[in-house]
Design a protein around this ligand. Structure first.
Ligand SMILES: [Zn+2]
Ligand SMILES: [Zn+2]
Length: 251
């Protein structure tokens, strides 16, 4: 059963990112119906053309309770990496307010860069205490040293994302994703397998990634969202106090 592959989908969009289609409440309802323990709502940071107004992000942690429709909803963001110095479209103070922060490169916002520049970019992101997840980082035009950087990610408690939607919308990165996953396995770097769902129908649809992980004999214990316990253990090492919020409400 695919809904048993992951216990929490940590990358999803709602209709405030204009090319996604459901509300937060609908996403929470569907995640609960699928039997997930938690879901993260991670709409596009303000620099993307389809992003919500900045006020949306300022209000989200105030307006929504942590537990909605019977399951914990991490009020997150998919922030954009804007340059090789690791500048993002939110200040650190703003990133701190979220339960969960993904840092992603999106091609409309960053021209192709060299491998050395990409190494520098991810090293800088790895130093940011408020980044939890390195979003879909396998695109060939932003290729980096997977071996070196996954070591740094592991040291700094950054989780590497394996994004099921990438295989559909960014297929040119599929081979790189496999190499990235192998580097994570070698260096003990935690990964999260996410849907990047843009509608309720795609939540927790991650079987393509699990097929790839099976092929390379990827160690299950490095997949942080494969059990509640692994998720809590990993989040306790992160700067956001999200593990504390999850403890007691994670079923
Ligand atoms: Zn993205
Ligand atoms: Zn996304």
């Amino acid at each position: 059963m695919e809904e048993k592959m992951i216990v929490a989908d940590l990358h999803t969009h709602t209709l405030v990112s204009n090319h996604a289609y459901n509300t937060i409440t609908e996403m929470a309802q569907q995640a609960a119906k699928l039997g997930l323990s938690a879901i993260a709502i991670t709409d596009h940071g303000v620099a993307m053309p389809d992003a919500p107004h900045p006020w949306y992000f300022g209000n989200i942690t105030k307006e929504f309770p942590f537990v909605m429709e019977g399951i914990p909803v991490l009020r997150g963001v998919e922030a954009n990496v804007l340059d090789i110095d690791g500048k993002m479209d939110f200040s650190n103070e703003e990133l701190k307010a979220f339960d969960w922060v993904i840092a992603s490169i999106h091609s409309p916002l960053l021209a192709p860069i060299t491998r050395l520049q990409a190494n520098r970019l991810w090293s800088n992101i790895a130093e940011n205490p408020w980044v939890d997840l390195i979003g879909h980082s396998e695109l060939p035009q932003y290729e980096y040293d997977y071996d070196e950087l996954t070591k740094l990610f592991a040291r700094n408690h950054k989780i590497v994302e394996l994004n099921a939607n990438s295989c559909v919308v960014r297929p040119s990165g599929t081979e790189n994703m496999k190499r990235l996953a192998k580097a994570c396995a070698k260096n003990g770097t935690p990964v999260a397998v996410n849907s990047d769902a843009h509608s309720i129908y795609r939540i927790a649809q991650v079987e393509n990634i699990f097929k790839m992980l099976e092929e390379i004999d990827f160690p299950q214990e490095l997949i942080v969202n494969s059990t509640n316990e692994r998720l809590l253990t990993e989040l306790k090492k992160h700067s956001h106090p999200t593990a504390e919020k999850l403890e007691g409400v994670l079923k």
